[in-house]
Design a protein. Structure first.
Length: 288
């Protein structure tokens, strides 16, 4: 592994398929995030972990997170599966060589955030304790979803106050801030100590559309992008992350870009991989 990657690795979200991982690793990804949508289903995590280790082989590649994205605060059967998924990921993260489980904070859909806090505490206090006992950290993505409260700093503070464990943090990305017309850079300086994982996703904001139609008009004013194609200066982002002492992974969250998609998906992701490595400073050069 390049010494320049020892503090911050560049990888991608890889689902839960060892075969997919095996196919994309030759492109040079340095980390992989194992991800599930809402439920683990009949997945045997022990078997999957063994398959993932076999796919990685002798490469210096890290499994950054084991993640399940659903609504753990909900009351439907699928939400119970999400909660069981959090428990299973916490219990099995070590088999993947990871100490990080991520997902959405959950939300009582239709209720204001303050009304959701008792339910959040009910669900995540025991999960945080379970994780802490196993040396595992938990992080919430800052995605603007109806299943998620961890969207802005004001709500982050409420979540941290409700479950005051030091193994609770954030899975942050600038995309959602840009789409909300928020400058993401000050958040790194103020909250970077709580950033356990970074999603490599960007956004393009069409300021000319905003000036003509506003943000609620008939023409989309923003869309999600793969890093290297959006508005963010990732050199600045990585520099700020290093200044606050972040050590971890930036994993590309693909499958969102309206241009580099379908047959161009991996073209976009590999471009993002190389772009982010460049923004990290390029190949390590030892001092004389």
């Amino acid at each position: 592994m390049d010494k320049n990657a020892q503090d911050i690795r560049i990888g991608t979200l890889a689902g839960a398929s060892a075969d997919y991982m095996r196919k994309i690793l030759p492109h040079g990804f340095e980390s992989l995030s194992v991800t599930f949508w809402q439920k683990l289903g009949d997945c045997d995590l022990k078997k999957l972990a063994a398959e993932v280790r076999e796919a990685i082989g002798g490469r210096d590649v890290k499994i950054s997170t084991v993640s399940v994205f659903g609504n753990p605060l909900g009351v439907e059967a699928i939400d119970e599966e999400t909660r069981r998924g959090w428990e299973a990921c916490i219990d099995h993260a070590h088999l993947f060589g990871s100490d990080l489980v991520t997902g959405f904070s959950g939300r009582i859909v239709g209720e204001p955030v303050d009304k959701c806090m008792p339910r959040f505490k009910e669900i995540f206090e025991p999960l945080a304790r379970r994780a802490k006992d196993k040396g595992v950290r938990l992080a919430f993505e800052n995605c603007a979803s109806t299943w998620n409260m961890a969207t802005i700093p004001h709500y982050w503070e409420m979540l941290f106050d409700a479950v005051p464990f030091d193994n609770i943090g954030l899975e942050w990305e600038p995309c959602h801030q840009l789409v909300a017309l928020v400058d993401p850079m000050p958040q790194i300086r103020k909250y970077g100590g709580r950033f356990f994982h970074i999603h490599g996703k960007d956004a393009t904001v069409r300021h000319d559309v905003i000036r003509e139609y506003g943000i609620a008009g008939p023409v989309p004013f923003a869309y999600h992008r793969t890093p290297g194609f959006g508005d963010s200066n990732w050199t600045d982002i990585i520099s700020e992350l290093r200044l606050i002492g972040f050590e971890g992974c930036i994993d590309i969250e693909g499958w969102h870009d309206p241009i580099y998609r379908d047959e161009l998906e991996m073209t976009g992701q590999v471009h993002a991989l190389n772009y982010l490595k460049h923004c990290r400073g390029g190949a390590f050069v030892p001092n004389p």
